[in-house]
Unconditional design. Structure first.
Lengths: 215, 216
C-alpha cells in the first residue's frame, strides 16, 4: 500500500475534534499542578519540620511513578470506593497529582538557585518580607522556573495521549478508531504525530528561549 | 494482599528492566551520535539531526509506538514484534532526549579548554576525549539521572503494545482479583524502587568521577 494523501486529510478531519480534549485536559492539569505544587513547595521550604520532610518524600516518590499506572489506578480504583468519575476527570486528577510533585521540585530548586544573601540584603535595605519576596526573590525565581514549567506543559500535552487507553476520545484514540475502520494506519498515525509536533514545537522553542544563558 | 502474585510482578519487573537497559544503551549510543552530528560543521547532516531530535522529542511516545508498530507495516513490509517495536520506539525516544543532555554537557565546557588543549599539542580527538568529555560528563550527571528515570518510567507505555511489564501485569491482576488499588500500588512501588536504584547507581558514579578529578 502506498501513501494516500486524501486518507491523510480524512484522518486529519477525524482527529482534529480530539484536540479540544488534549488542550483542555493539559491546561486543566497544568493549572491544578501549579496550585497544588506551589502549596507543597511552600510547606517544604518554610516549615523545616516533619511536614516538610513528608512532602519531600511524597513528591520524590510521585515523581518516579509513571503516568499510565496512575491513570489506571484512579480510573479503575475509585469506583471501588464508590466514586464513579469520567475518563476526563480521572485524567486530570492523575496527571495533576504527578504534575504537582514536579512543580514542587521545580520551585524548590528555583528557590535554592537564588543566593540566600539576596533576601538578607533586601531585608537590610528596609524592604518588608512580602515586599522582598515580590520585588527581589520572586523575579529571580521566576527566571529559573519558567523553562522547566513550560517543559512540564509539553510533557502534560504528550501524556494526554495515554488517556486514549481509558477511552477518552482525544487525538490518539480517534486516530486509532479511524485507522481500524479504514486500514489507513500509516496515514492516521503520521498525521497525529504531525499534529503533536505542530502543537508542541512552539512551546519547546519558547522554553529554550526562556533558558537563562550561562555567563 | 496479593502475595500469590509476587512472582508474576517480579517477572514483570525483570522484563521492564531488560527493556529499560536495551533502550538506554540504544539511547546513549544514538544520543552521542546525534549530539556529535548536531555540533558538527556539515550543515546538511546537522539539520537532519536537529529535525530528527525535535520531531521525536515533540511526539508522544505512544504515538511513536503506534506509528512504528501499526503504521509502518502498512506501507513497508516490516512487521516487528511488540517487544522489538517497543525497544526501537523507546530507544529512539531516549536517543533524542540523551542527545540534548550530551549537547548541553559539551556546551557547558568553555571553548577555551579545547583551544588550550590544542595549543598544548593535544590532537583534536584526544583534546575532546581527555579534556572536554571528562568535564562535560561531570556537568551532565544530574540530567543523565533524570533522563534515565524518564526512560524507565516510559517502559510503562509499552504495556499498550501488550508487553507483560509491570503496568500490563497490574491490569491483568486487577481483572483477576478486582483489586485495582493494591495491584497498581505494587507496580508503583516497583517503579519507585528501580528509580531509587538508578539514582544511587548514578550517585556512586558521580562520586567516583569527582574522586578521579581531585586525585589528578
Amino acid at each position: 500500500m502506498s501513501l494516500d494523501a486524501t486518507a491523510m486529510l480524512d484522518a486529519l478531519v477525524v482527529v482534529l475534534p480530539g484536540l479540544v480534549w488534549t488542550v483542555a485536559i493539559a491546561a486543566l492539569a497544568l493549572a491544578c499542578s501549579l496550585i497544588v505544587g506551589i502549596t507543597l513547595s511552600f510547606v517544604r521550604i518554610s516549615i523545616g519540620s516533619l511536614a516538610g520532610r513528608i512532602v519531600a518524600v511524597l513528591t520524590g516518590a510521585l515523581r518516579s511513578v509513571p503516568e499510565l499506572p496512575m491513570i489506571f489506578a484512579i480510573y479503575f480504583g475509585l469506583p471501588e470506593i464508590g466514586l464513579q468519575l469520567g475518563a476526563a476527570t480521572c485524567g486530570v486528577i492523575a496527571l495533576s497529582t504527578i504534575g504537582a510533585a514536579h512543580v514542587a521540585e521545580i520551585l524548590r530548586s528555583g528557590y535554592l538557585a537564588v543566593p540566600a544573601g539576596q533576601s538578607e540584603v533586601a531585608r537590610a535595605l528596609g524592604l518588608s518580607i512580602p515586599r522582598a519576596w515580590r520585588r527581589v526573590l520572586f523575579p529571580q525565581i521566576r527566571r529559573h522556573v519558567m523553562p522547566p514549567i513550560v517543559n512540564l506543559a509539553t510533557e502534560l500535552i504528550k501524556s494526554t495521549t495515554l488517556l486514549a487507553a481509558i477511552g477518552l476520545p482525544e487525538i490518539a484514540n480517534r486516530a486509532n478508531t479511524y485507522a481500524g475502520s479504514s486500514f489507513r494506519y500509516f496515514e492516521a498515525f503520521t498525521i497525529i504525530a504531525l499534529v503533536f509536533i505542530a502543537l508542541i514545537t512552539p512551546l519547546s522553542l519558547w522554553a529554550r528561549k526562556l533558558e537563562p544563558t550561562p555567563p | 494482599m496479593l502475595a500469590e502474585y509476587g512472582v508474576v510482578f517480579a517477572w514483570a519487573a525483570v522484563i521492564g528492566v531488560v527493556i529499560f537497559f536495551l533502550a538506554a544503551v540504544i539511547g546513549i549510543g544514538g544520543g552521542i551520535l546525534l549530539a556529535l552530528v548536531r555540533t558538527s560543521s556539515a550543515p546538511g547532516a546537522r539539520w537532519v539531526a536537529i529535525a530528527l531530535v525535535e520531531g521525536v522529542r515533540n511526539t508522544p511516545l505512544m504515538v511513536l509506538l503506534l506509528w512504528i508498530h501499526y503504521g509502518l507495516p502498512s506501507i513497508v513490509p516490516l512487521q516487528l514484534s511488540p517487544f522489538q517495536s517497543g525497544v526501537v520506539g523507546l530507544g529512539a525516544c531516549s536517543a533524542a532526549y540523551f542527545s540534548e543532555v550530551f549537547r548541553a554537557g559539551i556546551a557547558s565546557v568553555d571553548g577555551g579548554q579545547r583551544d588550550a588543549a590544542r595549543a598544548l599539542g593535544f590532537s583534536r580527538g584526544s583534546a575532546v576525549r581527555r579534556i572536554v568529555l571528562p568535564q562535560a560528563i561531570r556537568h551532565m550527571l544530574p540530567a543523565l539521572t533524570n533522563t534515565l528515570i524518564m526512560v524507565w518510567k516510559a517502559t510503562s507505555i509499552l504495556s499498550l503494545l501488550g508487553i507483560p511489564e509491570l503496568t500490563r501485569v497490574a491490569s491483568r491482576v486487577t481483572q483477576e482479583t478486582a483489586r485495582p488499588f493494591q495491584a497498581y500500588a505494587i507496580a508503583s512501588a516497583a517503579y519507585i524502587s528501580v528509580s531509587l536504584g538508578i539514582i544511587f547507581a548514578l550517585r556512586r558514579l558521580e562520586r567516583r568521577a569527582r574522586g578521579k578529578v581531585r586525585s589528578s
